[in-house]
Write a protein that binds this ligand. Structure first.
Ligand code: UDP
Length: 247
């Protein structure tokens, strides 16, 4: 059985959330100097990769990809090479905080508004008391602040660098500074800090189980409708995509 499923030519490992967390646990335990870049691949990134070759090469260089979204899993099933389940950025972050709480990992939070970042820090400190948030910075900085932020992260050497700058900004950012961040893992997590902070509500579990989280988000944040137009286009394109040799 193949260990990857190809989505628009991009090979996504067929592993569950539990296996993903175990993989990250192993990487952190190895304590290597090279950064392990995890990309949670959603339909928008998959589509952008078809035209944006720079993004495509970043995805290609990433150490691990996860299936971020019901659409990705659905396409893999319809193409007969199913991914076991969704591994979204938000769920993965929560799972890493839980594992981190058991293993005393350190995290750095980069991204979201100052208010969200502060609130997320408070919530994490309360819910996961053994996790140490060694630093944080909001995500609305100027290019001139970048080297200061990178140096700060490097000096703190976190196990997990959480980058909540939105996709694909986070992926570009991590890739640009990959060799200077001195973190074990870096992961782009979209709006997850907003969810942890409670500024954006996640869909109730039943909606998530029915693969209708996208519909819930659309109802709650109607301004996202333009972004969500991409979902049917993605499904069609990905189903018709002739997967040849992958990346
Ligand atoms: N964000 C940020 N800096 C920016 C743009 C966005 O920190 O320059 C944050 C924003 O506040 C939010 C997250 O990035 O917390 C993006 O969330 P979204 O749900 O749009 O993520 P996506 O699904 O696009 O990855």
């Amino acid at each position: 059985m193949e260990n990857h499923s190809l989505i628009m030519g991009i090979p996504i490992p067929k592993i569950t959330m539990g296996e993903t967390v175990d993989l990250i646990d192993e990487v952190i335990a190895e304590n290597k100097t090279e950064l392990f870049h995890v990309v949670t691949l959603n339909p928008e990134i998959s589509m952008s990769c078809q035209q944006n070759l720079e993004l495509r090469s970043i995805i290609n260089d990433a150490e691990h990809l996860t299936a971020d979204g019901a659409g990705i899993v659905m396409v893999s099933r319809l193409k007969g090479n199913p991914l076991p389940e969704r591994v979204t950025g938000c769920d993965l972050l929560i799972n890493l905080l839980e594992m981190g709480n058991r293993k005393k990992w350190s995290f750095y939070l980069l991204g979201a508004s100052e208010m969200t970042s502060k609130k997320a820090l408070e919530v994490i400190n309360m819910k996961y008391p053994n996790v140490s948030i060694v630093g944080r910075h909001h995500g609305f900085f100027e290019p001139k602040d970048e080297s200061r932020i990178v140096n700060e992260i490097a000096s703190l050497s976190p196990d997990v660098l959480v980058v909540a700058l939105g996709a694909p900004k986070a992926e570009f950012w991590i890739h640009t500074f990959k060799n200077s961040l001195n973190a074990r893992i870096a992961i782009g997590v979209g709006g997850s800090l907003d969810t942890i902070a409670g500024t954006v509500k996640r869909a109730p579990v039943i909606w998530q189980k029915l693969n209708l989280e996208w519909l819930y988000r659309l109802i709650k944040q109607p301004s996202r409708w333009k972004r969500q137009l991409i979902l049917p286009r993605f499904a069609l394109k990905a189903l018709l995509f002739k997967d040849r040799n992958g990346l």
